[in-house]
Design a protein around this ligand. Sequence first.
Ligand SMILES: [Zn+2]
Length: 343
Amino acid sequence: MDQLLAQIEQYKKEIEASVVTNKEELEAFRIKYLGTKGLMKSIMGEMKNVPVDQKKEAGQMLNEFKVFTESFFETLSANIGSTESTAASSSIDTTLPGQPLPLGTRHPISIVQNKIISIFQRLGFSVAEGPEIEDDWHNFTALNLPENHPARDMQDTFYISQNPDWLLRTHTSSVQIREMEKNELPLRIICPGRVYRNETISARAHCFFNQVEGLYIAENVSFADLKQTLYFFVKEMFGQDVKIRFRPSYFPFTEPSAEMDISCLICGGEGCSVCKRTGWVEILGCGMVHPSVLDNCGIDSNKYTGFAFGLGIERITMLSYQVKDLRLFSENDVRFLKQFTQA
Ligand SMILES: [Zn+2]
């Protein structure tokens, strides 16, 4: 067995050192190694001397050697072919047009995300990004969600078992914290990105989805600024006729907090199954940044104020294109995806 291996190694070196410059030499190579009385035949014959328990291994070894020799021969013959004659290539008509490659389409989530980003960029917001694996401080504690806070249950997520301080971020608010900690004010950013929640997957919920959050911090920022900004966004996104309304809500990181509805795009406010007969559809949460959050990031909450908002891109996409099932976005079904060709 060892002897066989040594022999093969020896032959491999010999083959690799072979120099072939014309067809005669190529043929000589073929006869020597691959011919009916060639080396390959004789070395294959060695198989009968190999003990039964080693036959499998030896067979594999010989097979690899055979493939090696044959492909080496192919390479040699291709080299000879290209130097000796180009007659074969003249049968290819290089003036024929190529095969067209099918163009892909942008993913609907990307289309909507880009549209949202471009609207806010026109208002002077810049894009900020951060890690999807976060630590507890940036995802929860700095946002006024200390350990054992009941609101943490609303955002159950996935923890990294080797380090329970690490988790998959539940919102892109963690990026806002990272930006605020840089203390470069005024701050006007939007944070798009993927977020995670430990949710049962259904037509309306998934364990991951995409968000865009916004943050504006400066002196004398008021709720009126928040309203005007979101009003502009909604008109640009959904059209001039869409109405908005704010409902009081609660988030630990904003005070006061609100949820914003738009008039139903399907029925125009008359009431239908999408808006559950109310005429309104909830699209985002928002509020004035809680002073404790500013303090946590080293920003003087007596001097500065700010507003923040967050919305789910899937929800906006479902409304915009009347997609009924959230799971379609992550199933990679080309029949679904190729319907979004306008990008
Ligand atoms: Zn409706």
